[in-house]
Design a protein around this ligand. Structure first.
Ligand code: GAP
Length: 465
């Protein structure tokens, strides 16, 4: 069966239900920046929390960091971003649009008939030029060259420049990692495909510092671990792959890079030629000792490790899993989106992993009388202390179920006339639509147990005959 998810449907659902919408909308929007509404914030927060859980809670060799967005301009000289963080771009003298020269076959000229840039009868493209993707701003009241600073284009450099600090206070020794989640900024020439490529986005990056001889081992380890993270959170097997970069794709400092890729649906309207395509969700790179060596050279500060047991001094090598929080959120949304028929009506449902779902449980009185709303509110008040819950009494019960399905709420707790007699409620499951009667007193345990269970996307389940 073809996948119900298209990028247009995801964009429409995100707007309709307030997950994600264009930024500065009342002023006509601002090129490819997005705002997250209530359910979008909850969903992206859950994605980031799952990442933190995998990095910190489930192991003891990684510590957290939150470095500043604005850093000394020398950081970007040392990292190579100032000289080399560029994309080739061309301008069209006819339509005035700017395109990435290496993406022309994926893009469309805005003029009719629809063609790739450069292929229309009136297209007049300039030679390709390098365009630096860093946003520049000035620091302090004086706008001279010494005051130029950059919005960080990745969170990684904030980690490298703090290597020495962290080594001192964390009492760790290689192999150990430093993890960071935060905003990054890139002046992308052709952003698009909704929040897949934007100019302001959040990254989840971890730099794992290892003895040089162990670099290959840890590179293989992190490729598998990061792939498994997406699988455990329910992304379907056939839509996920690990792709090793060809030697000509590698950065000069990298001896190996692999991407976790997801089969994203593309959209014709956001600058791409349409059709599903494998695209990067996360990159895992073996960066060698490039970063620590560069910062040592530019700062004069020795960034190395002295092992008191072996009396050995060395510059650790770095394995870097670098993920995007917005891109991962989009992949989880796409993978979860489904449509089915229920009682003769079409249902749109987000079959999200329960741990990612913005709301875990909705409490719904069947009718707005006979003491049901009061008891339902009581249950909601108790439940919300334990998990993200919602109370809803507006509209028919079918409509309210549908509303919760659309935001991906895995469990609806319904209070009916029987509840007032025997203090039991029904728990309706989003995916199976099964309903089970549960004592109010045991409700918290039942939901907690279900939320803790391993989960597999029902979209992946073999069809039942
Ligand atoms: N420190 C390495 C680094 O930044 P990257 O592949 O450029 O590597 C890592 O970025 C991840 O950040 C990507 O896999 C993607 O998920 C996310 N990302 C990068 N640029 C993005 C953009 N313009 N919009 C949204 N996410 C982006």
């Amino acid at each position: 069966m073809p996948d119900a998810a298209t990028m247009e449907k995801i964009v429409a659902l995100c707007k309709r239900r307030g997950f994600i919408f264009a930024s500065s909308e009342i002023y006509g929007g601002l090129g490819s920046t997005y705002d997250y509404g209530h359910y979008g914030v909850l969903l992206k927060t859950n994605v980031k929390n799952e990442w933190w859980r995998a990095m910190l809670q489930e192991r003891d060799d990684i510590v957290a960091l939150d470095s500043a967005i604005l850093q000394h301009p020398r950081v970007w000289e040392a990292s190579g971003h100032l000289a080399g963080f560029t994309d080739p771009m061309v301008d069209c003298r006819t339509c005035g649009q700017r395109f990435r020269a290496d993406h022309l076959q994926d893009l469309q000229c805005p003029r009719k008939p629809s063609k790739h840039p450069g292929e229309g009868p009136n297209c007049d493209l300039t030679e390709a030029r390098d365009f630096n993707l860093m946003f520049e701003t000035t620091m302090g009241p004086v706008k001279d060259s010494g005051a130029t600073v950059y919005l960080r284009p990745e969170t990684a450099q904030g980690i490298f420049i703090n290597f020495k600090n962290v080594l001192q206070f964390s009492r760790k020794k290689p192999p150990f990692g430093i993890a960071q989640v935060g905003k990054s900024f890139r002046n992308e020439i052709t952003p698009g495909n909704f929040v897949f490529r934007t100019r302001e986005f959040e990254q989840m990056e971890m730099e794992f510092f290892v003895p040089p001889a162990e670099a290959q081992h840890w590179y293989a380890y992190w490729k598998q671990a990061r792939y498994d993270w997406y699988v455990d959170l329910g992304l379907r097997d056939g839509h996920l792959q690990l792709r090793e970069h060809d030697p000509d794709e590698l950065s000069h400092y990298s001896s190996g890079t692999a991407d976790v890729e997801y089969l994203f649906p593309a959209t014709g309207s956001a600058g791409s030629a349409g059709g599903a395509r494998w695209s990067e969700l996360e990159g895992i790179a073996n960066r060698g000792n490039f970063d620590l060596t560069q910062h040592t050279e530019f700062s004069g500060e020795k960034l190395e490790y002295f092992d008191p047991q072996t009396n050995e001094r060395y510059v650790p090598h770095v394995i870097e899993p670098a993920a995007g929080a917005d891109r991962a959120t989009l992949a989880f949304l796409v993978d979860a989106y489904d449509e089915d028929e229920l009682g003769g009506e079409q249902r749109t449902v987000l079959k999200l992993h329960p741990r990612l779902a913005p709301v875990k449980a909705a409490v719904l009185p069947l009718v707005r009388k006979d003491g049901q709303p009061e008891l339902a509110r009581e249950i909601f008040t108790w439940l919300r202390g334990r998990m993200q819950a919602e109370y809803d009494e507006g509209g028919s019960i079918g409509k309210r179920y549908r509303r919760q399905d659309e935001i991906g709420t895995p469990y609806c707790v319904t209070v009916d006339h029987q509840t007032l007699e025997d203090r039991t409620v029904t728990v309706r499951e989003r995916d199976t639509l099964s309903q089970q009667r549960v004592a109010i007193e045991g409700l918290g345990d039942v939901l907690a147990a279900r939320l803790a269970q391993p989960w597999r996307s029902p979209k992946d389940a073999p069809p039942t005959s």
